[in-house]
Ligand binder design. Structure first.
Ligand SMILES: *Cc1c(COP(=O)(O)O)cnc(C)c1O
Length: 375
């Protein structure tokens, strides 16, 4: 079988509304993958649609050096919702670019080159971000990648302390690993990484591309763990699926970030879509809602399927269910027999990253379907 979950029976999606996707036959799917966390407020949210289409009709694009209302408003909105002191914003077009910028800014601002990353990390697929990504299968045949990346065991504070020194430009880390298998770490660990980087004069880069925007039950995982990084990256659902990434940083980074740029940086349409997305997330209290529904889903999964699975992990609506066999067939059966879309994370983990607007009844549907396919 190929690496594609749906290789045998392709599902052709042509419409989305709220927590549902519809295929070309009109079959409804409950979307618990959200195409890798890209629709925090649900598919085709009317306010996001209005903001983007309204902007399309006014102006598709203008270069970033001309201030534009939608972009300026987004700068202000991001600066306001970001953890305290992280109020400088750089906009780009994807997660990997946001991390690429973070690594470049950190090197420039510190005048150092060493980067410390962690085992199982995923930071993207361009040369710099890929160099800080753990799995060899993503790197094979593409080397030499960016030099100077050292990997330490994720969650091991002693290894981190030993690796971070006065040659370290940055530590880049996910506060809860996504692609690597939904691997949580403790608050104590992340706070120790904060202390080590501050002591060494290195930048702490929190990659919140998957954890951010309310997914873990707080707007940022940084808030959840009381860790204020020097740089925070976000992307994925930021503009509800239009291509947008952001690198948010403190003054000491922004003031000495070096020469960087991108033609499309914060175009009006993506900026308008992102503004509306953030507004809905805040106004509807979606982080707290994600915390509630996510806790319910994890408890139900444990209570009803405890014997059929190895473990359920995660925070809020970023959930990994470690199963006792390969996940590909399970994912296919969930989709084709039960109309539920989910994602893998490695070979044996089912990954759930639904829109933050799902309700407990949707969680029940997922647990029912999991019970049917696992037993
Ligand atoms: C998806 C992801 C990226 C890469 O984002 P792209 O938009 O695919 O480039 C980086 N880091 C994390 C944690 C991610 O989940």
């Amino acid at each position: 079988m190929s690496g594609f979950v749906f290789s045998e029976k392709p599902i052709r999606i042509d419409r989305g509304e709220g927590v549902y996707l519809y295929d070309t036959n009109g079959t409804e799917y409950l979307d618990f993958g959200a195409s890798y966390a890209c629709t925090p407020v649900g598919h085709c949210h009317p306010e996001v649609v209005d903001a983007a289409t309204g902007q399309l009709e006014e102006l598709f694009y203008v270069q970033a050096s001309y201030p534009h209302a939608a972009r300026t408003a987004l700068y202000e909105q991001l600066a306001r919702v970001a953890p305290v002191d992280i109020d400088n914003v750089w906009l780009c077009n994807s997660g990997t670019e946001a991390n690429e910028a973070a690594l470049k800014f950190a090197r420039h601002a510190t005048g150092r080159s060493k980067i410390v990353a962690t085992t199982q990390a995923f930071h993207g697929r361009t040369m710099g971000s890929l160099a800080a990504t753990w799995k060899d299968e993503y790197k094979e045949g593409f080397g030499p990648l960016a030099d100077g990346v050292e990997f330490v065991e994720y969650g091991d504070s002693e290894a981190m302390a030993a690796a971070v020194d006065d040659e370290t430009a940055a530590v880049i880390i996910e506060p809860l690993q996504g692609e690597g298998g939904i691997n949580p770490v403790s608050k104590k660990y992340l706070q120790s990484v904060r202390v080590e980087t501050a002591t060494a004069g290195a930048a702490l880069i929190l990659d919140e591309i998957q954890t951010g925007l309310g997914r873990t039950g707080e707007l940022w995982a940084a808030d959840k763990y009381d860790v204020v990084p020097d740089i925070l990256t976000t992307a994925k659902g930021l503009a509800s699926g239009l291509p947008l990434g952001a690198t948010l940083c403190r003054d000491w980074i922004a003031e000495d970030a070096g020469n960087h740029g991108s033609t499309f940086s914060g175009g009006p349409v993506v900026s308008a879509a992102a503004g509306a997305t953030l507004e809905v997330i805040e106004r509807e209290g979606l982080p707290a809602h994600a915390a509630d529904v996510g806790a319910y889903l994890r408890e139900e999964t444990e209570a009803r399927l405890g014997d059929e699975i190895r473990e359920v992990r995660g925070h809020g609506l970023m959930i990994g269910i470690e199963v006792k066999r390969g996940s590909n067939r399970l994912l296919r059966d969930l989709a084709l027999e039960h109309g539920i879309l989910a994602l893998p994370a490695g070979r044996t983990v089912l990954r759930l990253l639904p829109p933050l607007t799902v309700e407990r009844e949707h969680a029940d549907e997922v647990v029912d379907a999991l019970e049917a396919v696992l037993t």
